[in-house]
Design a protein around this ligand. Structure first.
Ligand SMILES: Cc1ncc(COP(=O)(O)O)c(C=O)c1O
Length: 445
């Protein structure tokens, strides 16, 4: 039975089924209906639902010591997870890097904003505080994170509360903001960062933040080769730090531990969340590279920031157990073949007149619906196509993650697909099947 009791829910006009159990790629509700979790619950669940070892590891830690404040103690779980994350990060994190644990992605973004500001203070550059970002991006829902997000709809109600530190063009080939085509575009969207810096007060820029593959806002938009390295180069040249928001793309989701590793770049900070504990506990982290750590070590030695629940022992125990599982089951290696398999199957959707694009990397995939395929014109927002597709897929017992606004912040309909890495070929085949039948219902002949 669907319900909406007690909770200040995300949408008062909707009712929600009650989830009672998870098994692998499936979520079961209280009336026994089984749903294929093709979205990984917003690209969170990587190892699948209901893995007993994780709960046992959390219970074990909780029975030993459930909480110790980080101003007084460290715990073995947190230190161990920090070292393990640094070991799979790019080379500039491995020796001398450190990890700041949070309770989720938005807290990681907040932490990074303050961290880059203090980094510049520690390095004697008192004026650098502006964190630049891109239009059509999402970095979290707290006010600092919203300030750097370029998601029009999510920012709109709070505009008076959030500063605009500067947004450059998105990197989105399917709807190129410069109406150009790669490679003739010569990466105009990356050079927009330099143009922005040249056009403003360069001296107060502290950092640039980007999602290596843009998740919710653009539906798994992958940058062309050369984009991420050009951005990294511009950051270095202008003395600003590069923050890779890997809250959605990190921990294996795109086929490598961190998506930046596809292009061999070394950001200064990497943000993780979601997959770092695969949904078993609220956990996020900021991976801090050696160069940034050194500035704090040489300087004040203390970061003016903190959360009561940072580096929580039970949450970091969950993180360690999830990483054990990813490693023992070789799940990092499953993403590329499972992603290819799903993407190949999804490409059959492209024969439909309203499926404009199938895109993504690894198991972070997007399907965009357009009104006119030849012009890539979106549907009017009021038609609510992404939500209609989600509902029709739900009727087929397949869970997807719909968003509107990929074209201009308001128009543009896509769904995100990000199933657990454990998805089998048989389960994968159910996703395009559900989408074909959803399309037939949303767009009757
Ligand atoms: C790229 C990115 N950054 C930040 C966040 C915010 O993370 P959280 O919802 O855990 O606060 C999200 C969440 O969707 C995200 O996708």
């Amino acid at each position: 039975m669907a319900t909406n009791r007690g909770l200040f829910s995300r949408n008062f006009k909707k009712t929600f089924p009650i989830a009672v159990r998870g098994e692998g790629c499936w979520i079961i509700d209280e009336s026994g209906r089984r749903f294929l979790d093709a979205s990984g619950q917003a690209a969170v669940v990587s190892i699948g639902h209901g893995v007993q070892e994780i709960g046992l590891a959390m219970a074990e830690q909780s029975s030993q010591i459930a909480f110790a404040h980080t101003s007084q103690f460290h715990t073995a779980q947190a230190e161990k997870l920090a070292e393990r994350l640094l070991a799979i990060a790019p080379p500039n994190f491995r020796k001398g890097g450190r990890v700041y644990f949070t309770s989720g992605g938005s807290e990681a973004t907040e932490t990074a904003i303050k961290l880059v500001c203090q980094y510049h203070l520690e390095s004697g550059q008192k004026n650098r505080y502006r964190v630049l970002s891109r239009r059509q991006s999402y970095h979290g829902s707290t006010l600092g994170a919203m300030s750097v997000s370029g998601n029009v709809a999510r920012r709109a109600p709070y505009e008076p509360l959030i500063p605009d530190w500067g947004h450059i063009a998105p990197c989105f080939c399917y709807h190129c903001p410069f109406e150009k085509t790669f490679p003739q575009c010569e990466l105009a969207c990356a050079d927009d960062l330099q143009t922005h810096l040249d056009g403003g007060k360069k001296e107060d820029a502290a950092a640039f933040i980007l999602e290596p593959v843009v998740g919710a806002t653009l539906g798994a938009a992958v940058p062309p080769d050369g984009y991420v390295s050009r951005i990294a180069e511009i950051c270095r040249k202008n003395g600003i730090l590069l923050i890779a928001d890997e809250i959605m793309t990190g921990m294996g989701r795109t086929g490598k531990p961190f998506a930046v590793q596809h292009w061999g770049i070394e950001p200064d900070l990497i943000l993780v969340g979601k997959g770092v504990a695969s949904g078993y506990a609220p956990l996020g982290a900021v991976l801090v590279s050696a160069r940034v750590v050194e500035a704090f070590e040489r300087g004040s030695g203390a970061f003016m920031h903190g959360f009561t629940y940072q580096a929580h022992p039970v949450c970091t125990a969950a993180g360690n157990a999830v990483l054990d599982y990813l490693e023992s089951q070789k799940l990092f290696d499953r993403v590329a073949p499972a992603g290819k398999n799903l993407r190949d199957a999804l490409s059959s959707l492209l024969s439909h007149p309203h499926v404009g694009d199938v895109r993504g990397l690894g198991l972070l995939l997007g399907v965009e619906f357009v009104k006119d395929k030849s012009t890539r014109e979106p549907f009017p927002k009021s038609e609510n196509i992404a939500e209609k597709i989600r509902q029709a897929c739900l009727d087929e017992h397949v869970l997807t993650y719909p968003t509107q606004g990929c074209v201009d912040g308001l128009r543009g309909d896509h769904i995100l697909l990000a199933p657990p890495f454990t998805i089998s070929p048989e389960e994968s085949a159910l996703i395009p099947r559900a989408l074909h039948s959803a399309l037939a219902r949303v767009f009757p002949a």
